[in-house]
Ligand binder design. Structure first.
Ligand code: ATP
Ligand code: MG
Length: 352
C-alpha cells in the first residue's frame, strides 16, 4: 500500500503514485491532499488507479477506517486472484483430461473399426472358401455317379449271367461289391443334396410351416403307419424361408424321431413352437432311444452316426443338412436328450 501526501519535498504525489502504479498495479494507492488541484487529483485517480483520495484536514478515525477497509479490499482482491488462478488451473487440467480421453476414445474406435474390418475380410474369405468347397463337393459327387453306376451295373450283369460258373465265395464277393456300390451311391446322393443347400434356394420368402408339415407327413405316411406313430402338432407359424429346404429340415427330424424309436414303444412325436424375440423357436420331441450328452455335438457332423449304425438305416447326413439349412436361414439348432427316455431337437427361424 502506498500513501502519498500531495505536497512532498521535491516531488508531486500524483506523479509518484502513477510511477508506483506502472511498476506494480496491484499496490493500493491513497492520496492525501489539502489544496486539491482537481485536475491533478483526477489525473491520479485515472492514471494510478487510485484507491481513494482523502482531503485534509482528515479525521484520524476516518483515516484508520479507510486504511483498514483498503487492506481488507486488498486481501479480498488477492484471494479472488488466487481462486481465479486455481480455477484456471483446474480448467486447464480438465481440458487436458478431456483431450486425452477423447484421443483415447478415438484410438479405441479406430482399433475396433480395424478389427471389424479384419473380421469382415476373414468372413468373406471363409464364405468364398466354403463356396469353393461346396462347388468342389458338388462336382466330385456329380461326376462320381457315372463310373459308380457302371460298377454297380456290370456287377449286376455278372451276377445275372455268370451265376452258374461262380462258386459260393465268388457270388458272395460280387454281392458285397454291388451292395457297397448301392451304399456309396446313396452317400453320393446325400452329399449332393447337402452341397445343394449352400448353392440353391438363397431367397427367403414367407413360408407357411403348416403346409410344409402337411407335405412331410404325406411323404412319411408309410413309416408313420408302419411304426404306429402318434404325431401331435401345434398350429405352426409362417416364417421367412425356402420351402424345399424347410421340408428337408422337418422331414429329416421327424424321420429320425420315427427311426430311432424304442422297440417296445410306439413313437409319440410332438411338434411345438414358441416366440423368441424376432424368431420362432420350434421343437420336435420324441420318446425314442435318446442320445448321450457327449454326442450332442458330434451328431450334427457330416456322415456322423452313433453306435446304432448297424441297427438303423441311414448315411448320417440328415442332421448335418438340418444344421446347414437352419444356419442359412439365420437360426440355431441344438438338441436335448436323455438316454432311454427321448430327444428334443430345437431350431429357430425368423418371423415374417
Ligand atoms: N431322434 C433321435 N433319437 C436318437 N438318436 C438320434 C435322433 N436323431 C439323430 N440321432 C442320432 O444322430 C445320428 C445322426 O443323425 P442323422 O439324421 O444325421 O443321420 P441318420 O439318420 O443316421 O442318417 P440319414 O439322416 O442320413 O438317413 C443318428 O445316426 C443317430 O445316432
Ligand atoms: Mg436322419
Amino acid at each position: 500500500m502506498a500513501i502519498a501526501n500531495y505536497i512532498m519535498p521535491g516531488m508531486k504525489a500524483d506523479e509518484v503514485l502513477i510511477k508506483i502504479h506502472e511498476q506494480d498495479p496491484k499496490i493500493l494507492k491513497i492520496l492525501l491532499t489539502a489544496q486539491a488541484d482537481i485536475e491533478a487529483v483526477g489525473n491520479a485517480v485515472n492514471a494510478a488507479n487510485l484507491y481513494r483520495y482523502i482531503a485534509k484536514p482528515w479525521d484520524g478515525t476516518d483515516l484508520i477506517l479507510t486504511l483498514r477497509e483498503a487492506l481488507r479490499s486488498y486481501k479480498r482482491d488477492r484471494e479472488l486472484e488466487k481462486q481465479h488462478k486455481i480455477l484456471q488451473q483446474l480448467n486447464a487440467s480438465l481440458e487436458q483430461q478431456v483431450e486425452e480421453r477423447t484421443a483415447k476414445l478415438k484410438q479405441e474406435i479406430a482399433d475396433r473399426q480395424e478389427a471389424e474390418r479384419k473380421l469382415q475380410d476373414l468372413n468373406e474369405e471363409l464364405m468364398r472358401s466354403n463356396e469353393d468347397l461346396e462347388q468342389f463337393a458338388y462336382v466330385i459327387s456329380h461326376d462320381l455317379q457315372q463310373p459308380l453306376q457302371s460298377i454297380i451295373g456290370f456287377g449286376q450283369i455278372l451276377m445275372l449271367h455268370y451265376q452258374e460258373i461262380l462258386d459260393a465265395e465268388g457270388k458272395d464277393s460280387l454281392s458285397t461289391l454291388v451292395n457297397s456300390g448301392h451304399q456309396m451311391r446313396q452317400m453320393i446322393r446325400d452329399l449332393l443334396t447337402y452341397s445343394r443347400v449352400g448353392t440353391e434356394g438363397k431367397t427367403l420368402v414367407p413360408t407357411d410351416c403348416n403346409r410344409v408339415l402337411e407335405k412331410v407327413l404325406a411323404n412319411l405316411h408309410g413309416a408313420i403307419t408302419q411304426n404306429h406313430a402318434n404325431l401331435i402338432s401345434a398350429d405352426l407359424p409362417t416364417v421367412m424361408g425356402n420351402e424345399t429346404q424347410l421340408l428337408q429340415l422337418f422331414q429329416n427330424l421327424i424321420d429320425n424321431a420315427l427311426k430311432f424309436s424304442r422297440p417296445t414303444f410306439s413313437p409319440t412325436i410332438t411338434i411345438s413352437v414358441k416366440p423368441e424375440g424376432e424368431q420362432w423357436c420350434f421343437s420336435i420331441q420324441d420318446n425314442g432311444i435318446g442320445i448321450k450328452p457327449e454326442n450332442f455335438h458330434r451328431i450334427f457332423g457330416i456322415f456322423q452316426r452313433l453306435e446304432t449304425e448297424t441297427e438303423y438305416p441311414g448315411t448320417g447326413i440328415g442332421l448335418a443338412s438340418c444344421k446347414k439349412i437352419v444356419q442359412r436361414h439365420g437360426g440355431r439348432i441344438w438338441v436335448e436328450s436323455e438316454l432311454g427316455v427321448g430327444t428334443v431337437f430345437y431350431f429357430t427361424l425368423a418371423k415374417v
